[in-house]
Design a protein around this ligand. Structure first.
Ligand code: UN1
Length: 551
């Protein structure tokens, strides 16, 4: 069956020196013993604790067993990152960039196997896993050449025989914590610029994607990364991730970069704030998409449908509130619901072409069902979706045996109003909450009415409306005649309001998050010259103007 691709990754990246554990995996794929990587060494948890990672599309398929890292494991990783920092920071930036380029090339070489592994571990469709891995490759290629720039400036002094310069300096040890929904793209968005700037990292892998994270960390080392520059620790729940955040209070961390929920992001922001440690926080979204009467309705339906249900709604950029102008509401809904009803769902590695696969894991499924109940309790009208898919209760487009995985129906709620909890709160999964707008101003008001401000979109062919939306929306990202998803690796990614603390990932903008500006002045005159005080005064010539006329 779908065996070849995941087996490749085992051979190329993981198998070297790795133990295959006994397994009765239904697909015949191996179950491996995974490790932390601390100072380049494969290590187990200090107390021997482990946890398993399973395939959400086929839950009896166990991918591997990983260390449940203890506080002392996390501290070992921090010590390794601290020890590696001076050497790595002193490595010329173009050399750092070259190693990053090698990572990109190795990812390209093994892309098919990594994609298959991502799909096996978190259930995303093969097409979407390929997108996530490509985003990681794009990031490497972008930052390979940034290693040859990383520009500072020369600045003119107000004093003679004196030179002023600015340099970008690395921050030190960075703690990296990411969610599992983009397990290749998002950690690369963080770690690639971090190491390009000369920092070292302790990466806490997402609990639902330890094997993919392990494979990526092995690739990074295979690309020539010195030991200790990136240290990987696995863990679950409030274990290793919390130990990493706690280490900020102990002065062992110089930066935390986190992608995940707003609640956890606020907690991390507080810890970092009281220690004056820099934090990059990419948090939740309740991304609005407005459809106006001049829009091409077919495109708008397609964009809204993809934004809501692609990735089973498990992107931070997924559509939350769909805001439809009242004049086109009925025709839009007729087309939209026809698509929703025909949604194909299943295990993409066995049923290519499905729109979406299972939830990322059982934990995401549980939280999603709580969200669906919250929509009902909010008073919204529930017009489609029946919770978890079972063989007895499945949509017409479901393919395969529902009892094997953790699949959800697509859900649609209408008659939503801005005072409802389901309008205000992010629900991570395949659900859309639909609101009717009276006119453009009302639509824009609704788009701004949630506590979040990550992504946003409008479908309109009225250029003034598009302009007014673009200037009136409070969001980090806006699509015009496009869905809410689809950020590219060289545009700034991030949000405002409850979606983050204003830091950005990607492109040249992310460099600000992983470096500080160092201003240097070089006095060449051979004497002490005081800024502001020893500056030659320039005589202003008396102008022939009668200023008294102004009063
Ligand atoms: C995320 O969900 O955390 O723009 C990242 C997008 C993707 C990245 C999403 N390129 O939807």
């Amino acid at each position: 069956m779908n065996g070849t691709a995941p087996e490749q990754v085992m051979t190329h990246v993981l198998e070297v020196g790795l133990e295959h554990l006994e397994s009765d995996n239904p697909n015949g794929l191996p179950k491996i013993k995974g490790y932390n990587i601390i100072n380049g060494q494969l290590t187990e948890s200090s107390d021997g604790g482990t946890f398993e990672t399973t395939n959400p599309a086929w839950q009896t398929d166990c991918l591997g067993v990983f260390p449940l890292s203890t506080k002392s494991d996390v501290h070992d990783a921090l010590a390794a990152a601290g020890a590696a920092f001076p050497g790595w920071a002193a490595t010329p930036a173009p050399t750092r960039g070259q190693i990053i380029g090698n990572m990109g090339r190795l990812l390209m070489e093994h892309k098919d196997s990594i994609v298959a592994l991502e799909t096996r571990e978190i259930g995303k469709t093969l097409k979407e896993s390929a997108g996530s891995v490509q985003e990681a490759i794009d990031t490497c290629l972008f930052f390979q050449s940034e290693g040859r720039r990383l520009y500072g400036q020369t600045v003119n002094s107000e004093l003679p025989n004196k030179e002023l310069f600015t340099y970008r300096r690395p921050l030190g040890v960075c703690g990296i914590i990411n969610a599992c929904n983009f397990p290749a793209a998002v950690p690369f968005w963080k770690m690639i610029p971090a190491i390009m700037c000369g920092n070292t990292c302790v990466w806490k892998s997402p609990q639902d994607a330890p094997l993919l994270s392990f494979a990526l960390a092995r690739i990074m080392h295979e690309a020539g990364l010195p030991d200790g520059v990136i240290n990987l620790v696995h863990g679950k729940g409030s274990g290793a991730g919390q130990h990493l955040v706690d280490a900020v209070d102990e002065g062992l961390v110089n930066k935390i970069s986190f992608t995940g929920s707003t609640a956890v992001g606020k907690m991390i922001g507080e810890v970092c704030g009281r220690n004056l440690v820099s934090a990059s926080l990419e948090l939740g979204g309740k991304n609005p998409l407005v459809v106006m009467p001049t829009a091409n309705l077919e495109n708008a339906v397609e964009g809204a449908y993809w934004a809501a249900f692609g990735t089973a709604g498990q992107r931070c950029t997924s559509l939350g509130n769909l805001i439809i102008h009242k004049d086109i509401y009925d025709s839009f809904m007729e087309m939209f619901m026809a698509k929703v009803e025909s949604t194909t769902i299943g295990d993409s590695s066995r049923h290519p072409g499905v729109l979406y696969g299972p939830m990322l894991s059982e934990k995401y499924a549980k939280d999603f069902l709580i969200g669906v109940e919250m929509c009902k309790a909010s008073g919204a009208t529930h017009i489609f979706g029946k919770g978890r898919i079972t063989n007895e209760k499945k949509p017409s487009g479901f393919l395969g045996d529902a009892s094997e995985g953790v699949y959800m129906w697509p859900h649609v709620f209408v008659d939503v109003t801005e005072d409802m909890e389901c309008f205000q709160e992010e629900i991570f999964g395949p659900v859309v909450t639909i609101v009717k707008a009276d006119d453009f101003d009302h639509g824009l008001h609704l788009a701004n009415a949630s506590p979040y401000g990550l992504s946003s979109a409008i479908y309109t062919n009225d250029r003034l409306e598009a302009y007014r939306y673009k200037t009136g929306i409070k969001a980090g990202m806006t699509g015009i005649n496009n869905s809410t998803t689809g950020a590219e690796a060289h545009l700034p990614f991030g949000g405002v309001k409850g979606s983050g603390n204003g830091t950005r990932e990607s492109g040249i903008w992310v460099i600000e998050a992983y470096s500080y500006w160092h201003a240097v002045n070089d006095e060449l005159s051979g004497k002490l010259q005081l800024a502001q005080m020893d500056v030659d005064e320039v005589e202003i010539e008396e102008a022939d103007v009668d200023y008294s006329a102004l009063s």
